[in-house]
Design a protein around this ligand. Structure first.
Ligand code: SAM
Length: 279
């Protein structure tokens, strides 16, 4: 009986090509077949890294048929790497069914970790990250979207959404109406030239984007109302940041509001009190 091959789930950059890992490059150079969400898009990436392995498509609308083909190749002993257009396959990207079927068929599945927009955004957002909820894309239809946002009221952790730039303001408007003026972070164009983090309450972030078009790729992070139960003590944070000569009063307030999920206006008032007490 022939030995099955291995399915590698390979993360690729979300913008900056320097985020490709050595292991990803080596794996992609060694496999018999690369399955990509968009072969034309991925060909450019592979060419950039001098990788010239056979390429086949695996995307949402051909995944049943293509999945069978890939499984047959794996069962015949071939090694296959799955990549998506950007980031980690299977995370709001095709791949889950292939992994599930490969596992069921007794095929070895090896992750080759790298970038994901979720973790990249969380790591620099300044929100509590000990526990979080990844909620993927909100539904396209407004009714369903609002329904999903309403569920946020019950959530005690930071929630991470992938959002289309042209829908961001509509989503923030719904969020404000349904869940109040939460602390949010918009992480835009991560790892790219125009990378930007906009932090603040929903109204503050909406004001920032009011007179410009939101462009590029966006991750939206929403803090729970009133912070998480085990959130850090705001006074402790305020005292620490107020004592930091590199931080302005404004930055201190933004940071503490972001990290605690407590309204900026509340933090502002408390920061004034503590600053006056220190003077
Ligand atoms: N599999 C990918 C991952 O691991 O992050 C996510 C793929 S999903 C189809 C694409 C969404 O991820 C975008 O609409 C955006 O919300 C987010 N995203 C991807 N790249 C990004 C970037 N450079 N900056 C901000 N968000 C990004």
């Amino acid at each position: 009986m022939s030995q099955s091959g291995t399915l590698y789930i390979v993360a690729t950059p979300i913008g900056n090509l320097e985020d490709m890992t050595f292991r990803a490059i080596r794996t992609l150079k060694e496999v018999d077949l690369v399955a990509a969400e968009d072969t034309r898009h991925s060909r450019k990436l592979l060419t950039h890294f001098g990788i010239s392995r056979p390429l086949t498509s695996y995307f949402d609308h051909n995944k049943s048929l293509k999945g069978e083909f890939i499984l047959e190749r794996l069962q015949a002993g071939a090694s296959v790497a799955l990549i998506s257009d950007a980031g980690t396959p299977c995370i709001s990207d095709p791949g889950y069914q292939l992994v599930r079927d490969a596992v069921a068929a007794g095929i070895r599945v090896v992750p080759i970790p790298g970038v994901s927009a979720t973790v990249t955004a969380l790591s620099a957002a300044g929100l509590p990250t000990d526990a979080f909820t990844f909620a993927g894309f909100l539904p396209n239809r407004q009714g369903k979207r609002r329904e999903r946002l309403t569920q946020l009221k019950e959530e005690g952790r930071v929630v991470v959404y992938y959002e289309a730039p042209h829908r961001l303001l509509a989503t923030l408007t719904d969020l404000l109406e349904l869940c109040g003026d939460r602390q949010v972070v918009v992480a835009r164009e991560l790892t790219k030239l125009f990378e930007e983090f906009v932090r603040g309450s929903v109204t503050e972030v909406m004001a920032t984007f009011a007179d410009r078009e939101v462009k590029g790729e966006v991750v939206l992070l929403v803090a729970p109302a009133g912070g998480t139960p085990d959130a850090v003590d705001p006074d402790e944070l305020l005292n620490r940041y107020l004592a930091d000569p590199d931080l302005s009063f404004r930055d201190t307030v933004s940071r503490v509001a972001g990290e605690t999920g407590i309204a900026r206006s509340e933090i502002y008032g408390r920061a004034l009190e503590l600053r006056n007490a220190l003077a």
